[in-house]
Design a protein around this ligand. Structure first.
Ligand code: NAG
Ligand code: NAG
Ligand code: NAG
Ligand code: NAG
Ligand code: NAG
Ligand code: NAG
Length: 457
């Protein structure tokens, strides 16, 4: 690379960071998926933007621009347009290579996170811009920034009037099987809650410390996605939360064969109830969901010869990874040590987000069928260590859960990569989910660099 080229590059870089909002790009409708997808009957899936930088968390702003954390790039906004042709415009909102995944919007407050700190930016949805000369507020600092999974999913909690009153932040494990996560004080494999102070950009509040957060659940290996169910009223002073959890990779553990671990353990859906009243917080210890010691059976018959002890167990059976002799199957059967999941997902699905389909605020025939109202939708990033591959799609199931009988699935795909044997390759790898006001479901796919929408045909 010659000196002239380097100079050109650095001028370009300066230009990008100085006036990001000028940089709008456009993509027409009907650009094909990089790799084909199969869609459930009556629905269709289409690409709205391609060639993005690892799109992860997504959410809608007050003007129905779709905001996306492009991991390794920053935050971008996507707006439907009819000019220069029917399609979508992409606008750069913030360039910051440190943002990981979590993104939330509360009016003009845009919440994003790096590996260690959650920030609030002052954001204007009308021109898709951050207020010039207004420093972002560091709202939570000291989040564990090391380890394999620093995605830090964010979720605002609202009071009955719809006001954002608290922020939930997830933290993953230090390593695949992290024994330090047994101790809730480790900060690993858990969700913490932070009651929000008054947010003023001209008079910013002091940062809250991760160390002082309320632990609402722990022993959830990688709590990558969580949402408040729209059905079911929690007791006064408490909240219900549904959390998707990625099971550990258990290859190489004593006594488990490669055929067994190819189809085990299951990924999980956890039901969490947590206190929000001061007296409840003071008197209620958070519950553990079993990581690293306990996990869930997916396929009892995965290896009847090599691992026969599972053949008469049912899907969802809680078994011990035998990391310590005292933490055996009986230990895992005790809910004081291990809250079992309410639904099991196929091993290696890697669920990363969950959203409930609420009644659309604006009717269009493209919105998902009203029969699916209240259903949960979960993104499956897909396996990297299963043969043949699984996941690479989005599933849905009714809520409240009806437990599938006879080791049934309990959920169904709305979209999935057609040629699983070619995955990961250029297959969709769904991460973030967001419903538009019109009831259409938007999805980010990180390694394929795509954003797409699922709608009624
Ligand atoms: C994405 O990038 C590839 C490779 O540079 C290019 O061939 C393709 O046209 C791009 N797609 C769109 C929709 O711009
Ligand atoms: C999309 O961008 C084009 C410029 O490329 C602009 O003319 C058009 O107004 C934009 N559309 C919207 C809805 O912002
Ligand atoms: C966006 O609008 C706000 C409010 O009018 C204004 O202060 C800001 O400068 C605008 N940003 C850009 C990049 O035009
Ligand atoms: C696991 O294997 C070890 C050594 O082969 C054996 O002593 C132990 O009983 C086995 N544990 C189980 C639960 O099968
Ligand atoms: C499983 O159950 C069958 C029928 O009850 C029994 O014959 C068999 O021995 C059991 N297998 C194991 C490994 O417990
Ligand atoms: C479950 O574990 C708790 C805490 O260790 C213990 O107090 C309780 O006796 C256990 N229950 C059973 C049925 O073993």
């Amino acid at each position: 690379m010659g000196p002239i080229y380097i100079l050109a590059l650095s001028i370009l870089t300066l230009h990008l960071s100085a006036v990001p909002s000028v940089l709008a790009t456009f993509q027409p409708l009907a650009v094909p998926f990089r790799s084909p997808v199969t869609v459930a009957a009556g629905l269709s899936a289409s690409v709205i933007f391609s060639n993005l930088t690892t799109p992860r968390g997504i959410t809608f702003d007050t003007e129905q621009n779709l905001l996306v954390v492009e991991r390794g790039f920053g935050v971008t906004a996507f707006t439907p347009t009819t000019f220069p042709a029917p399609g979508w415009n992409r606008t750069v909102v913030i360039q910051n290579t440190g943002f990981t995944q979590g993104i939330q919007i509360d009016g003009d407050k845009l919440y994003v996170s790096t590996a260690t700190t959650t920030f609030i930016y002052q954001y204007n949805a009308l021109n898709r811009s951050i207020a010039p000369n207004v420093a972002p507020i560091s709202i939570v600092t000291g989040i564990p920034g090391d380890g394999d999974l620093t995605t830090h999913t964010l979720q605002l909690e609202q009071d009955v009037s719809g006001k954002a009153v608290a922020l939930l932040i997830a933290d993953g494990p230090l390593e695949n099987i992290d024994v330090t996560a047994r101790d809730p004080a480790s900060g690993r494999s858990q969700i913490r809650r932070f009651v929000l102070p008054t947010i003023s950009f001209s008079d910013p509040p002091a940062p809250l410390s991760w160390a002082n957060g309320q632990i609402i659940a722990f022993g959830i290996r990688n709590p990558a996605g969580f949402a408040f169910p729209t059905v079911g009223i929690p007791p006064s002073g408490s909240k219900f939360l549904l959390v998707v959890e990625n099971g550990a990779s258990i290859d190489g553990l004593a006594n488990l064969t490669s055929a067994f671990v190819n189809d085990n353990p299951s990924d999980e859906l956890e039901f969490v109830k947590y206190p929000i009243s001061l007296s409840g917080i003071a008197s209620t210890a958070p519950k553990t969901y079993g990581f690293p010691d306990c996990t869930s059976l997916w396929n009892p018959l995965a290896d009847p010869v090599g691992n026969p002890s599972f053949v008469n167990k049912t899907r969802g059976f809680q078994f011990s990874l035998e990391l310590e002799p005292s933490r055996d199957d009986a230990f895992c059967a005790n809910v004081s040590n291990n809250q079992p999941p309410i639904l099991n997902f196929q091993a290696h699905s890697v669920p990363l987000d969950i959203k409930f389909y609420e009644p659309p605020q604006r009717f269009t025939p493209k919105g998902l069928p009203l029969l699916l109202l209240g259903h949960a939708f979960v993104s499956f990033h897909g396996s990297f260590d299963r043969s043949p591959p699984t996941g690479y799609g989005v599933v849905q199931f009714p809520y409240p859960i009806s437990r599938p009988a006879n080791n049934g699935l309990g959920y169904s795909f709305v979209v999935q990569a057609t040629n699983l044997n070619t995955c990961p390759g250029s297959c969709i790898r769904p991460v973030g989910l967001a419903f538009g006001k019109d009831g259409r479901l938007f999805v980010s796919s990180d390694s394929s660099g795509e954003l797409f929408v699922i709608e009624q045909q």
